[in-house]
Every structure is written in structure tokens, then in C-alpha cells.
Design a protein around this ligand. Structure first.
Ligand code: URA
Length: 225
């Protein structure tokens, strides 16, 4: 039996296999539908933002960096993770979450049926704070406009902050992560779920079940979206 595929069926299938594809209906008047992707539609691309950041000298962190750690993943990801800032290994490789904490994050992502390439991973600051300290408020303030532009370019359906630093700087609050985790927030209309940082879980393994529950919430939200 041959079955006719509708646009919605194709879109649902592409989403299922990790391709976040938006079918643009034809405009009134019979014009051909635009094939522009969400990452470029009416805004700047991640590549444009990356080029600007590579030359960034907005704060003192630039003087210690080996590499700018811009972000990695699918430019049209439905799910965006936001961490704190690059550590030693991330600074060396120029990619976020590639050390021990990153390996744990990758396991959590896989557990909900996704791969690192399906999601997007970025940080509050793009250059390594010395000695792995948390970013200072002035460093975060200098770098946050880049993250906000990345969010506008990616247009994720869901954001997950990893740890208190990402939560507090991105939402501009002082909420305690132990209370905030697992509770949905809103960032300019985008649902945001705070959870613990994987480095914290490496030191506090008994709390990992809370993160796994939070990842189940993320998966549920993506399924229903
Ligand atoms: N911790 C973070 O918050 N970000 C990274 O990229 C690596 C470790």
C-alpha cells in the first residue's frame, strides 16, 4: 500500500531523526516557499558571531586563553545546554565540555536518545577563567551578549543550564541550584530547566538521580513540542 506523506509527517520524521527542519508554507500570492533556515532567517548566523568572538578583548580573560571556546553542536538544535566556562582541556581543544565533566554530560545526553551533535553546548564565558575559578560578574557581563546572540541564532525550544553559575548569570538571579533544579523557568519565552553541573555530580554521585530526573523532563518537553 502506498501512503501519501504530508508536510507534517515529514517534519515529524525529520525531528525524530534529529533534523530540526522547518517547513515554510508558501506565501500568499503563490510565491515559492523560502528555504531559509532558522539560523539565518532574519538574523545573524553562528558563524558571524564566532568570527567576532575570535577577536574579542572585552575582558581580561582574553589574555590567558589558548583558544576561544565558542560552542559546539547543531546550529538548529532544539535543546541548548549552557555551562559556566571552559576548563583547561576545553581551552586546549577549543570545544566546551570535553573533559571528565563533559564525558558525564555526553552520557546524560545519550540517555535521552540524543547525541552531542543533535544539541548545542555553550558556556556563559568563552575564555578560560584562571585556575578554573567561576567567572567574575564583570567577565560574565562582558560575554553574555554573545550567548544571547547565539540563542537568537539557534532559537532552541528548550534551554538547560548546568550549575548555579550558568543559572544565576543567564537569568540574572541568586537562586540556589538545590532549590531551582528541576523547576521550569522562562528566558524570553523559551522554557529553561536548571540542573546540576556535571563536575558537581562527579564529586557528589548520590545526587545524580536528580539530574537523570531533570533530563527526563527535558525529553518529555521535547517529545511534546
Ligand atoms: N565546565 C563548564 O562549565 N564548561 C565547560 O565547557 C567545561 C567544564
Amino acid at each position: 500500500m502506498t501512503r501519501r506523506l504530508t508536510r507534517n509527517m515529514v517534519a515529524a520524521y525529520l525531528r525524530e531523526i534529529g533534523i530540526d527542519y522547518v517547513l515554510v508554507p508558501p506565501r500568499p500570492g503563490g510565491e515559492t516557499a523560502s528555504t531559509e533556515t532558522p539560523a539565518t532567517a532574519g538574523g545573524e548566523t553562528l558563524e558571524e558571531i564566532r568570527r567576532e568572538i575570535l577577536a574579542c578583548r572585552r575582558c581580561a580573560l582574553c589574555s590567558g586563553r589558548s583558544n576561544v571556546v565558542f560552542g559546539v553542536g547543531n546550529p538548529r538544535a532544539r535543546l541548548l545546554f549552557v555551562g559556566e566556562g571552559p576548563g583547561e582541556e576545553e581551552d586546549r581543544q577549543g570545544e566546551p565540555f570535553v573533559g571528565a565533566a563533559g564525558r558525564r554530560l555526553t552520557q546524560w545526553i545519550r540517555r535521552i536518545g540524543l547525541a552531542r551533535q543533535d544539541v548545542y553546548i555553550a558556556n556563559i564565558v568563552k575564555c578560560r577563567p584562571p585556575g578554573n575559578r567561576a567567572p567574575l560578574p564583570e567577565e560574565a557581563a562582558a560575554c553574555l551578549p554573545y550567548l544571547r546572540r547565539q540563542i537568537r541564532a539557534i532559537r532552541p525550544e528548550v534551554i538547560c543550564t548546568l550549575g548555579a553559575v550558568a543559572l544565576n548569570f543567564l537569568l540574572g538571579n541568586n537562586d540556589r541550584i538545590t532549590r531551582a533544579r528541576g523547576q521550569w523557568r522562562d528566558l524570553d519565552g523559551i522554557p529553561l530547566l536548571p540542573t546540576y553541573h556535571p563536575a558537581y555530580i562527579l564529586r557528589n554521585a548520590t545526587r545524580e538521580h536528580e539530574v537523570l530526573a531533570d533530563f527526563d523532563l527535558l525529553a518529555d518537553r521535547l517529545r511534546s513540542g
